[in-house]
Design a protein around this ligand. Structure first.
Ligand SMILES: *Cc1c(COP(=O)(O)O)cnc(C)c1O
Length: 428
């Protein structure tokens, strides 16, 4: 039944369902622990032979309802929330990769994830190879080694704004017997469901559009339930006995839920990255308006992108919804409802005019954050890529005049007026 609802309805009604006479709003179960009537019932929880909450480092009823909502929105069988997007990416990878393994990652992904994979995971013995996401399937296939455990990309990359060809890359991964993990943060299940195009696992930073109001960090991992972990001997952790649960085998005991169950009862149990009930409540509240907010974000962003392109002050504008954009065709396929609220453009005159322009804005705030109701700007050359010289910036594909704009849901006339007046002040 529920599977037939459209995203806007799922955002409100999936997950928590009030009982007759029960509270309409999702209750906050503010409890670290759960009461049972006998030790044998608790014993069953430890053996994973009974369902139920045990301790809020592993699960909590409020968060559980949000997980069900997100799984439903993304078209997966199960989801697990974390207290940041970084934690979600870390769990998604280390649930199936260990020391001695390698992961194949699009070079366009978010900088924070790049650090996590290429610096921190490397210290844990997991090697990360970056690939250009626009290469052919043949070339990509050549990069897959016997110890490669997964391919990782971003639906809409932050801040490159490139669109990932999910279906094409999933086919290459599946031929090699490995899963595709897609970071769907900028699109969310409202604009694109990577699982419908063959992605096996979805990760999300809920700190962006899903929360939407810049109030709290969060992340989520969603499993499609489609990948067969037993097809080869690459995923032993899922298919061989886990000594910490008396030799239980996840794929045998949990079927399609094997991947998320292992992540919860092993990694989340051990690492302490589970969100609080309050966090679950706020995320659920934010998600109720996700569909309406994103529609407005996309509409405003496309208008801003067109305005900047026609202004005469931009060297170029990146927004995959703009006709003529390198990723326009892929965006029409994967993101037909809109391409998020994030636009970037390179201002004429480089670093100096970029700074002058950004100083002249008043509605737009300078902020490191993106993808919330507020309009914000960021200058990568003086923030996230500050350590690089202008020549190094060019090599990294970041021009000194590049400005990332996160278009909010304010009135479009106020947004355009702020941009216009700042451009006039900059170029007068
Ligand atoms: C912000 C972001 C992350 C990291 O999420 P946090 O919640 O900040 O830890 C991961 N991926 C993408 C695409 C992001 O934009």
């Amino acid at each position: 039944m529920e599977k037939n609802y459209s995203p806007a309805t799922k955002c409100i009604h999936s997950g928590y369902k009030p009982e007759n006479g029960g509270p309409m709003a999702l209750p906050i179960y503010q409890s670290t622990t759960y009461a049972y009537s006998s030790p044998s019932e608790i014993g069953k929880l430890f053996d994973l032979t009974a369902d139920g909450h045990m301790y809020s480092r592993i699960s909590n009823p409020t968060v559980d309802f949000v997980e069900k909502k997100i799984a439903d929105l993304e078209g997966g069988v199960a989801a697990l929330c974390t207290n940041s997007g970084q934690a979600a990416s870390f769990l998604a990878v280390t649930n199936i990769a260990s020391a001695g393994d390698e992961i194949l990652v699009s070079s366009k992904i978010y900088g924070g994830t790049t650090n996590l994979f290429s610096v921190t995971l490397k210290r844990f013995g997991i090697d990360c190879t970056f690939f250009d996401q626009d290469i052919s399937g043949e070339e990509l296939k050549k990069l897959i080694k016997p110890n490669t455990k997964l391919i990782f990309g971003e639906t809409i990359a932050n801040p490159a704004l490139s669109v990932f060809d999910i279906e094409r890359i999933a086919a290459v991964a599946h031929k090699a017997g490995i899963p595709l993990i897609v970071d769907n943060t900028f699109a969310t299940g409202v604009l694109c469901r990577p699982i419908d195009f063959g992605a096996d696992i979805v990760v999300l930073s809920t700190s962006k559009y899903m929360d939407g109001h810049a109030v709290q960090l969060g992340g989520c991992v969603v499993d499609s339930g489609n990948f067969d972990w037993t097809q080869n001997d690459k995923f032993k952790g899922l298919c061989t006995p886990d000594e910490s649960y008396h030799g239980l085998v996840y794929t045998e005991s949990f079927g399609k839920l094997a991947y998320i169950t292992k992540m919860r009862v092993q990694l989340v149990r051990d690492l302490g990255v589970y969100p609080t009930a309050q966090a679950g409540f706020l995320l659920d509240l934010g998600m109720q308006t996700l569909d309406v907010r994103l529609a407005r974000h996309c509409e405003n962003a496309l208008t801003v992108a067109k305005f900047l392109k026609d202004s005469g002050y931009a060297e170029y504008v990146n927004y995959s919804g703009l006709e003529g954009d390198k990723y326009y065709d892929l965006a029409q396929k994967y993101l037909p409802k809109g391409q998020s609220g994030v636009v970037s453009f390179c201002i004429k005159g480089g670093r100096e005019t970029a700074v002058k322009f950004m100083n002249s804005l008043s509605l737009f705030k300078n902020a490191v954050h993106v993808a919330t109701v507020h309009s914000c700007v960021l200058h990568p050359a003086s923030s996230t890529h500050r350590q690089l010289s202008d020549e190094m910036l060019v090599k990294a594909g970041i021009d000194a005049g590049l400005i990332r704009i996160s278009v909010g849901i304010e009135d479009i006339n106020d947004i355009l007026n702020d941009l216009k007046s700042a451009l006039e002040k900059t170029f007068c």
